[in-house]
Write a protein that binds this ligand. Structure first.
Ligand code: G4P
Length: 530
């Protein structure tokens, strides 16, 4: 189908990742401005959970409500359909971000020039690196004093384990910031220094030895730039597109999102080099985007914040084929056909009903509890997409029912919240008690609040001392050793929602002892290890 291939080729679905405050929201907004999706700066509501809100879960929920609209921001640029999948920066919602990364075809990493590589960046980039997701790096806030460009490139390589290649290079920095030499396009962008205004002048400049350089940026800056670019060429070599696409080489751009500087260059290069949707590995086989039959998977479920409309929105990434309104699709886990009369597409900051979506697109499906994160939709084939594992939570608490008359509501509520991926549920093998594991402490408040307001159930928590949840892999275990492990560690064994066996280690020390004592029983920090 010619049309399908054409549509696939023009799609770019990506995520922007960064440590909070590096400038992700600002960059997103500037990209949308270029795409004409918004008309003025300040129009994108920040989806970040503000630090001050940590104890105010109403505020968190309100902010998460806003994020439905900004979950997928789509716009057209130079004939390409760009889908930005938003990722929450707050570390308590890191799992949301990991899951969203299963639905992107590439990412842009934003780094603050003064702060360099920060903790959240390290964690997120590691996930992208392991999955070989192509990454472009944007070093932001060049209008401020920051680290030396070469030092920063070294830091990125060392801390993030990447191999970088600068495709632009700053001329000065902070007070002395004059502009950027765009290595990719061979031109100079002059920074007017007029804060907050989008004034820039681009001068084509492919011969750096031309004496005009002195006239444009001054003699000392010209000399430094020549030296720097010589060093860039000597140290980093040439850009290799295939290496970038294979996740082995990461191009770097410099700029200032706030001043809209260096952003167009980033976007122009991005639409040129970033991959269109290509293929995805299912448990059964490799599925190509250009296959005629639809397949897609749920990577995010968002509860409706309006109590009058309890339905949820399941976000489905289309992997192959076309998604058509009112056509019956197979919900593989339930082995049931479902039809969707009002699938939502996302455009700019709006969502609207759409008749047809293509690979790379995200459709939002209204759901009354059928979907769970990781579910696959197909036209009949049994396909299961992987890459949405659960990771070991950091916090663990028993959950108790505080209103005996509402037990049913409580369990339904817990069940659905877990399907949304708010937290993880473990049932202790010893006594059937339920333990909730979360990435951040914040989620306990969110769960309690939502159980009460959405399901009319009340819960209390009780401390449960656990250090890590480890998924038990006994495929190659020695039978006697496994039996002893299960007998000795009975108190610490639990079952997750998928029925997998989990070892809840009470301390780092006991975990290490267990690993040493039962070497054939493999313990994993993530639920997907096959
Ligand atoms: P985030 O989504 O990654 O968390 O970061 P966000 O875009 O919200 O940016 C964090 C702060 O950094 C904001 O300032 C923003 O204005 C500022 N910023 C972003 N890009 C640049 C840049 O290129 N140069 C400079 N100097 N600052 C930049 P804030 O004071 O926290 O918020 P606001 O009051 O300005 O919105």
């Amino acid at each position: 189908m010619v049309n399908l291939e054409k549509e696939i080729k023009r799609r770019r679905t990506f995520g922007i990742i960064s440590h909070p405050d590096a400038g992700k929201t600002t960059l997103t907004e500037k990209l949308l401005l270029f795409g004409g999706a918004i008309q003025e700066a300040g129009a994108v509501k920040s989806n970040k959970i503000k630090k001050t809100a940590t104890s105010d879960f109403m505020e968190i929920e309100r902010q998460r409500g806003i994020s439905v609209a900004t979950s997928v921001l789509a716009f057209l640029y130079k004939g390409k359909k760009i889908n930005i999948l938003d990722t929450p920066g707050h570390k308590d919602f890191a799992e949301d971000t990991f899951r969203t990364l299963s639905a992107v075809d590439s990412v842009i990493v934003v780094i603050d020039v003064a702060k360099g590589v920060e903790e959240q960046t390290e964690k997120l980039v590691e996930v992208c690196r392991m999955r070989q997701i192509p990454m472009i790096i944007f070093i932001n806030k060049l209008d401020r004093e920051g680290k030396d460009a070469f030092d920063l490139l070294d830091e990125v390589e060392q801390k993030l384990g990447l191999r970088v290649i600068p495709l632009s290079f700053p001329i000065g920095m902070g007070y002395d910031f004059k502009g950027i030499y765009n290595i990719y396009e061979k031109n100079i962008n002059l920074f007017s220094g007029d804060n907050k205004k989008n004034i820039e002048e681009t001068i084509a400049f492919d011969d750096l030895n031309n004496a005009e350089l002195e006239e444009i940026i001054g003699s000392s800056a010209a000399e430094t730039l020549r030296e720097n670019l010589e060093l860039v060429e000597g140290v980093y070599g040439d850009f290799d597109l295939q290496d970038y696409l294979d996740g082995k080489l990461q191009p770097v751009f410099f700029g200032s999102a706030l001043n809209n500087f260096g952003v167009r260059e980033l976007l122009d290069c991005f639409v040129n080099i970033a991959p269109a949707p290509h293929s995805k590995m299912a448990e059964e086989r490799l599925v190509h985007a250009s296959e005629k039959e639809l397949s897609g998977f749920v990577f995010k479920i968002h509860a409706n914040m309006d109590p009058k409309h309890r339905d949820r929105l399941a976000f489905v990434k289309i992997v192959s084929g076309t998604f058509e309104r009112n056509k019956p699709y197979l919900h593989v886990r339930h082995n049931k056909r479902l039809k969707f009369s009002s699938p939502n597409a996302f455009f700019a900051q709006k969502k609207e009903i759409v008749d047809m979506s293509y690979p790379g697109d995200i459709v939002g499906l209204h759901d009354t509890g059928n979907f769970k994160i990781g579910d696959t939709l197909t036209e009949g084939e049994q396909l299961h997409y992987r890459g949405i594992p659960s990771f070991s939570p950091e916090h663990f608490r028993y959950i108790n029912n505080a209103d005996p008359l509402k037990a049913k509501q409580l369990y339904k509520g817990i069940d659905q919240l877990m399907d949304e991926g708010v937290a993880q549920l473990f049932t202790l093998n010893l006594n059937g008690r339920k333990v909730i594991g979360t990435v951040g402490a914040l989620q306990y408040e969110v769960i309690q609040y939502r159980l009460e307001h959405e399901y009319g159930a009340k819960c209390t928590y009780e401390n449960f001392a656990a250090h890590k949840a480890c998924w038990v892999d006994s495929r190659e275990s020695d039978a006697d050793e496994l039996a002893e492990f299960e007998r000795v560690k009975h108190r610490y064994l639990a079952t997750d929602k998928q029925g997998q066996l989990v070892f809840l280690a009470d301390s780092a020390f006991s975990l290490q002892m267990t690993i040493d004592k039962y070497p054939s029983v493999k313990l994993h920090y993530s639920s997907e290890f096959a």
